[in-house]
Design a protein around this ligand. Structure first.
Ligand code: PAF
Length: 282
């Protein structure tokens, strides 16, 4: 496995693979890799001749009061995992390699970025779309892999790929959970022992609502109220949002459900903001 830090190096490697007719998979990450990322990389390795994983904590997707500085970084450990899984190249751009100091271009996907995390984290998806489109232009993969835990990110990236005519298949991979149900996240590292326990309320509330859906409940407002009442019982939890939305458009539903839905939630446990979701096809 190779580790490269420059755009030129990664482009040259990929040019060589293309000459040999090899397919390329791409897994973008911000490092602090866990089993969720591992599952993306394993899927990419199984579906492509060559796999590039990027490790880059992208400053443009963090708000001024968010955790860019504190975001966990452990390049050595991340590289070891990439190697173990069978990734061919780790692309870890450093310093100003990726962004010109006088960069003047934005990538804004309107509509679906105005809701859910987009409305709570202004500018976040502009930063995600900018960095992902740069990676797509540099790497030009056949397939790119994203975790369904950030369901809005998957929807936004799919829309960007469609609207900008990228010839890239976006593969969305299932949420990976701890044995007790907590969705794997790099931000779980911020949780104290007590908060880690409290964080289980996210998955518990979604399990509860899934049971209601299985039993035939189809009213979005009732389902939303059920999640809210479950979460408010946890004293360390502060709800950021709970929604029932249409799977593709992310439009909120308040009455009866008659299409595939996404139920995304964002909850602060102490100072740590965690997200989780379920999808359901009615
Ligand atoms: O999901 C993430 O880790 C990031 O948003 C991504 C896609 C790597 C872009 O920085």
């Amino acid at each position: 496995m190779m580790i490269v830090n420059t755009i030129e190096e990664v482009r040259n490697l990929i040019k060589g693979w293309r000459k040999e007719g090899l397919s390329v998979g791409f897994v973008p990450t911000m490092g602090a890799l866990h089993e969720g990322h591992q599952s993306l990389m394993e899927r990419a390795v199984s579906q492509n001749d060559r796999v590039v994983a990027s490790i880059f904590v992208n400053p443009t997707q963090f708000g001024p009061n968010e955790d860019f500085e504190a975001y966990p970084r452990d390049l050595e450990k991340d590289v070891a995992l990439c190697k173990e899984v069978g990734v061919h190249v780790v692309f870890a751009p450093q310093g100003e390699e990726l962004y010109f100091p006088d960069k003047a271009t934005t990538v804004h996907i309107s509509g679906i970025t105005d809701v859910l995390c987009g409305s709570k984290r202004p500018g976040h998806f502009d930063g995600v779309c900018l960095v992902v489109s740069k990676f797509f232009n540099i790497i030009q993969p056949d397939r790119a892999y994203f975790g369904q835990k950030d369901a809005q990110q998957v929807a936004v990236i799919k829309r960007m790929v469609r609207d900008l005519n990228y010839e890239i298949e976006i593969v969305s991979c299932p949420i990976v959970r701890e044995a007790d149900g907590l969705a794997k996240s790099s931000r779980n590292l911020y949780l104290s022992k007590e908060e880690r326990e409290a964080a289980l309320v996210l998955n518990k509330s979604l399990e509860f609502v899934k049971k209601a859906l299985d039993q035939g409940e189809r009213n979005a407002s009732i389902l939303k109220a059920a999640i809210l009442s479950c979460i408010i019982q946890e004293p360390l939890a502060k709800i950021d949002y709970v929604e029932v939305v249409e799977m593709e458009s992310l439009q909120s539903i308040s009455g009866d459900i008659n299409c595939p839905i996404l139920i995304p939630i964002a909850v602060y446990i102490g100072k740590t903001r965690l997200i989780d979701n379920i999808t359901y096809a009615v």
